[in-house]
Design a protein around this ligand. Structure first.
Ligand code: FMN
Length: 250
């Protein structure tokens, strides 16, 4: 049993039909297919910092990302140690005060049809995994606030971008960068989670880190060594079959 935000959780209860055991340790070399399938959103981390050489190797991988006209528009700010702690404190204070300054809008209410269904299914699976029932609104709020503590991760990469045109192409490049970073983390025995929620506090992050106001924040990625025993990490969300996403035209 472990404790998460004051909730006692069983480490052994399978919560969805897709619950799997993590088979690969950090020392094992993963094939590309294994890396893609091993990657998942990690929502509980060990406090152990990532060694500088490993972090550099991950960032070198991510730097290989393709981008529109090779503009490489990602500006990545990594917080660790005392800066990470100070930022978390500032974000929690913002949350407490209801102070939000996102550069880009976001609302799950905008999702429709199957996209809304998938979004709801993902929320339900996560809260079931950490043992928070639907009606426990305060516990859900606390669980959501854990985003602002970087889910216990010792590091977070905050992804900023210059603004060009309607920003859509640039945002696409940042998304590609993020996935390369996430896959490299997995290949190095690490884990991460992309977090739109961190971007809700863009002004605070810019101020605390001295980031140029012309750079917009898309989202952040908390990362480190996954706490594999944590219930939050022991469920996997299903993906739709390719037939729901791909149309072949011959
Ligand atoms: C751009 C982006 C932003 C996300 N923001 C959050 C977030 O703020 N908080 C969170 O708990 N999960 C966040 N997620 C994680 C998604 O919920 C997760 O990727 C999705 O449910 C699929 O699960 P998987 O990553 O384990 O495959 C985000 C994912 C992406 C790609």
């Amino acid at each position: 049993m472990t404790t998460f935000l004051g909730f006692t959780m069983s480490n052994t209860t399978p919560v969805t039909s897709s619950t799997i055991e993590l088979a690969n340790g950090p020392s094992q070399t993963l094939s590309f297919k294994e890396t893609v399938r091993e990657r998942h959103s990690v929502r509980s981390f060990l406090p152990t910092p990532v060694p500088d050489a490993v972090l550099r190797s991950v960032l070198e991988d991510a730097q290989r990302t393709p981008s529109n006209c090779n503009t490489q528009p990602w500006q990545v700010h990594i917080v660790s140690g005392a800066t990470r702690d100070a930022l978390s404190k500032a974000l929690l204070a913002d949350d407490e005060a209801g102070r939000m300054t996102p550069d880009f809008s976001f609302s799950t209410a905008d999702f429709c049809g199957v996209y809304s269904e998938r979004s709801k299914a993902q929320g339900a699976a996560y809260y079931q995994a950490i043992g928070v029932p639907r009606e426990a609104t305060e516990d859900r709020r606390l669980a959501s606030r854990y985003n602002l503590e970087f889910f216990g991760a010792p590091h977070a990469a905050l992804l900023f971008m210059p603004s060009f045109g309607d920003d859509v192409r640039v945002a696409g490049d940042i998304g590609m960068y993020a996935q390369t970073l996430l896959l490299s983390l997995t290949a190095h025995g690490l884990g991460g989670i992309p977090q739109t929620m961190l971007g809700f506090y863009a002004d605070t992050i810019r101020e605390l880190l001295g980031i140029d106001p012309s750079l917009k924040m898309l989202f952040g990625i908390s990362f480190g060594y996954p706490d594999k025993a944590a219930t939050a990490n022991r469920y996997r969300i299903d993906k739709a079959p390719i037939e729901e996403s791909v149309t072949f035209h011959n």
